[in-house]
Design a protein around this ligand. Structure first.
Ligand code: HEM
Ligand SMILES: *[C@@H]1O[C@H](CO)[C@@H](O)[C@H](O)[C@H]1NC(C)=O
Ligand SMILES: *[C@@H]1O[C@H](CO)[C@@H](O)[C@H](O)[C@H]1NC(C)=O
Ligand SMILES: *[C@@H]1O[C@H](CO)[C@@H](O)[C@H](O)[C@H]1NC(C)=O
Ligand SMILES: *[C@@H]1O[C@H](CO)[C@@H](O)[C@H](O)[C@H]1NC(C)=O
Ligand SMILES: *[C@@H]1O[C@H](CO)[C@@H](O)[C@H](O)[C@H]1NC(C)=O
Ligand SMILES: *[C@@H]1O[C@H](CO)[C@@H](O)[C@H](O)[C@H]1NC(C)=O
Ligand SMILES: *[C@@H]1O[C@H](CO)[C@@H](O)[C@H](O)[C@H]1NC(C)=O
Ligand SMILES: *[C@@H]1O[C@H](CO)[C@@H](O)[C@H](O)[C@H]1NC(C)=O
Ligand SMILES: *[C@@H]1O[C@H](CO)[C@@H](O)[C@H](O)[C@H]1NC(C)=O
Ligand SMILES: *[C@@H]1O[C@H](CO)[C@@H](O)[C@H](O)[C@H]1NC(C)=O
Length: 362
């Protein structure tokens, strides 16, 4: 190559790389895998479509798994980590025993590792699986920022302080959400996720039996009496394990059913019923319960969900891309990971080499 054309080529490459370096920012963004794994979002969608065709009930489980991950120290995949000999992980806290869907995350991750090894984080797999759960359940399509990295901390001790207490009142719930920069409106909107999925009898049976200390047959008087009867049929006294639809009648469809339930005193969880006891959350519930179309809820849900998906996100240098979602990378893989996973580091190195080469050529 003639020196002049080589110099032109080097300048062009360096300019491109510098532009890319400048655009690398420390937050999740739309299409973070456009270049490194362009088929990533399609792979997740295809796998979720296949899984939910067989087991529609898993949509709720994956949606919940993601929300719990985000509220526990950020959306960094820590809920997926298994306990080790010297650490009890978040998933083994008694409060998280009901979580399901880990094997779905593992199967999606295996497909992604086959296509683009070491590129797509477990935190992003969970975020994309949750957004696809909503979409496949006939809810809104939510453009989901990606580029989250995986954390390496997962402690059962972090769970209680960051999880709504069973029976928490609406003041507690609003305060908990405020810690994540989420508002009372976000609480009313995101609780709408309970339009799909199931709860264990243990999550609401205190409303059915022994509600007062004086009468062991007493139930929560704010729960519709007919519904109480139906629920007592589904959850006999002492049954903690049976799963019951959060939105009976349309438990696998992402619709306005949840708000109609809550407005009619048929919110299953006491925290659902509690939304009627704050002016802002009550007004939102009533408006959606009366709405003829879900458009406003869908738009609100997409916006609040994306904000939730950004809580405590780790980006380059702060986390890793786990090979396996249930365990941190072994030390050797960890030390390689920043090179393979960090487009930022690669770009910076390329820029440096280009500039040095350019200086030598010119
Ligand atoms: C106010 C905060 C929240 C509370 C107190 C709460 C509480 C609960 C509880 C107790 C269950 C039943 C778990 C079980 O028995 O296994 C549940 C299920 C569920 N939650 Fe929430 N949740 C909250 C917020 C959210 C958010 C923000 C989302 C998602 C955006 C969400 C999505 C779900 C889903 C989809 C299920 C069904 C899980 C399944 O089918 O496996 N929840 N929630
Ligand atoms: C990825 O591609 C989509 C669609 O063309 C675009 O909206 C997005 O900004 C791109 N993201 C990046 C980081 O290049
Ligand atoms: C915990 O155990 C792992 C192996 O399971 C070990 O690599 C790590 O050093 C231990 N950490 C502490 C703080 O003891
Ligand atoms: C809500 O519950 C907390 C305890 O979790 C209590 O301190 C507070 O007074 C309650 N607020 C209302 C309005 O009931
Ligand atoms: C909430 O917002 C403040 C101010 O923008 C920021 O410093 C803080 O990190 C945010 N907290 C969370 C949990 O995102
Ligand atoms: C308990 O309450 C239910 C519903 O109110 C009622 O049908 C039932 O007869 C009561 N049982 C006893 C033993 O009082
Ligand atoms: C319960 O159902 C019966 C029969 O469908 C109805 O007559 C009654 O009004 C209902 N009670 C409540 C509290 O909704
Ligand atoms: C209600 O509480 C009493 C006293 O603790 C207990 O003996 C009884 O088994 C409880 N009943 C139910 C249905 O949980
Ligand atoms: C919703 O409809 C109910 C009954 O149809 C009515 O009482 C209530 O005022 C309506 N609320 C709103 C916010 O429109
Ligand atoms: C989402 O977060 C942004 C930035 O903190 C904020 O301006 C916006 O109001 C939030 N939207 C919702 C729906 O929470
Ligand atoms: C966990 O991640 C932090 C932050 O990147 C790092 O300083 C620490 O060494 C990591 N710990 C382990 C055991 O990998």
């Amino acid at each position: 190559m003639a020196p002049r054309s080589a110099a032109v080529a080097v300048v062009a490459v360096a300019a491109t790389l510098l532009a890319l370096c400048g655009s690398t920012e420390a937050h999740a963004q739309l299409g973070a895998y456009n270049k490194t794994c362009p088929q990533a979002e399609d792979i997740v969608f295809k796998e979720m479509t296949a899984v939910l065709a067989k087991s529609p009930g898993l949509a709720g489980s994956l949606l919940r798994l993601f929300s719990v991950d985000c509220l526990l120290g950020g959306c960094e995949g820590s809920i997926l980590l298994d306990s080790t000999a010297n650490n009890t992980a978040e998933k083994d806290s008694p409060l998280n025993k009901g979580l399901r869907g880990y094997d779905v995350v593992d199967s999606i991750k295996a497909k992604l590792e086959a296509a683009c090894p070491g590129v797509v984080s477990c935190a992003d797999v969970l975020a994309l699986a949750a957004r696809d759960s909503v979409r496949i359940s006939k809810g809104p399509y939510i453009p989901m920022p990606t580029g989250r990295q995986d954390g390496n901390r997962s402690s059962a001790a972090d769970v209680a302080p960051n999880t709504p207490k069973p029976g928490a009142n609406v003041t507690d719930l609003i305060a908990l959400f405020a810690r994540f920069n989420l508002t009372a409106k976000d609480l009313a909107v995101l609780s709408g996720a309970h339009t799909i999925g199931k709860a264990h009898c243990s999550a609401f049976s205190p409303r059915l039996y022994n509600f007062t200390t004086t009468n062991s047959n007493a139930s929560d008087p704010t729960l519709d009496a007919n519904y109480t009867g139906t629920l007592r049929g589904q959850c006999r006294a002492g049954d903690l394990a049976t799963l019951v639809d959060l939105d009976p009648g349309s438990g696998t469809t992402f619709d306005l059913g949840y708000y109609r339930d809550v407005a009619a005193s048929r919110g299953l969880l006491s925290t659902d019923a509690a939304l009627l006891l704050d002016g802002d959350t009550r007004a939102y519930v009533m408006r959606q319960a009366n709405a003829t179309a879900p458009d406003e809820f869908f738009a609100d849900f997409a916006a609040s969900f994306v904000n939730m998906s950004k809580i405590g996100v780790l980006t380059h240098h702060k986390g890793e891309v786990r090979r396996q979602c249930s365990a941190v990378n072994p030390p050797s893989a960890s030390s390689l990971a920043p090179v393979t996973m960090s487009a930022h580091a690669v770009l910076l190195a390329s820029c440096f080499i280009s500039i040095v080469t350019m200086a030598l050529v010119l």
